[in-house]
Design a protein around this ligand. Structure first.
Ligand code: ADP
Ligand code: MG
Length: 261
């Protein structure tokens, strides 16, 4: 049974066909890459998966449950975790506090229980703190625990943002170009980190990444999009050897760059 699946998604922006009959499927615990040239429809697909855009037709299923009409926060509660290009953190709060706030907004044990400090609230609170500790350790952010966002570099903030999403215990993590704008050293650490996240937390990862060696080395399966259409899917080796993919996309980079990986 697939964890996350789409059936025949179509979406247009005026005359632009952003998604054309897109059917993809991701299994539990799998790392799947999505590649394609600029404007291929990759971010649009993520926006449809997370509920920010409604497709003209087609459906999104999570554990075979149709979530096509669910709101973004409902999808997040159901286990769809997503990072955004624009980082939304509370500037007046530390990294640790930001992770706790995100969980409270997400899990929200009753406000009354919190006000009265009932046992159920204290248990939730203790579990939330344990999750924060585990995620900060996993993402190697412990040394920034008490820093405020304004004191951190852009690259570190992107890892904090990832930590926020992970602390919400997603079943599938959608990552749109996590290596963009971060330092080379951080980008190189991303591949092993994504595998560790999957191994430790057990979540599936659906990854859009411009950094082709990174995408191909970390993904177990890859989908290639062009003009909103899935033109190939399979193992990284199969997809990079596909004629459509080579002419639509990889042909624009040097073949050796890809083969070198
Ligand atoms: P990718 O992420 O693969 O680079 P996008 O999904 O962002 O591509 O875009 C797919 C196509 O849809 C592009 O032609 C883009 O210009 C267009 N597009 C994306 N978002 C919008 C929007 N909000 N309004 C109009 N056109 C859009
Ligand atoms: Mg994009």
């Amino acid at each position: 049974m697939s964890l996350l699946r789409t059936e025949g998604l179509d979406l247009r922006f005026g005359g632009v066909v952003a998604l054309d009959d897109v059917s993809i499927s991701i299994d539990e615990g799998e790392i799947v890459g999505l590649l394609g040239p600029n404007g291929a429809g990759k971010s649009t697909l993520f926006n449809v998966l997370s509920g920010l855009l409604a497709p003209a037709s087609g459906s999104v299923l999570l554990s075979e449950r149709d979530i096509s009409r669910a709101l973004p926060y409902e999808r997040a509660l159901a286990g769809l975790g997503r990072t955004f290009q624009h980082i939304k953190l509370f500037p007046g709060h530390t990294v640790e506090e930001n992770l706790l706030i995100a969980q409270h907004r997400h899990l929200r044990s009753s406000v009354l229980a919190a006000m009265l400090r009932l046992p159920s609230w204290r248990r939730d609170e203790a579990e939330a703190r344990d999750r924060v500790d585990a995620v900060l350790e996993l993402i190697d952010l412990e040394r920034y625990r008490h820093h405020r966002p304004g004191e951190l570099s852009y690259g570190t903030l992107r890892f904090v943002e990832l930590a926020v999403v992970l602390s919400l215990q997603p079943r599938v993590l959608l990552l749109d170009e996590p290596a963009s704008g971060i330092a080379q050293r951080e980008a190189e650490a991303l591949g092993p980190l994504l595998r560790e996240i999957r191994d430790v937390l057990g979540c599936a990862i659906f990854l859009i990444e411009h950094d082709m060696p990174l995408l191909l080395s970390v993904s177990e399966r890859v989908y290639a999009l062009d003009f909103g259409k899935v033109i190939a899917h399979g193992t990284p080796e199969e997809v990079t050897a596909d004629d459509h993919v080579l002419s639509s996309y990889l042909g624009r980079t040097r073949r050796t760059d890809v083969a070198a990986n």
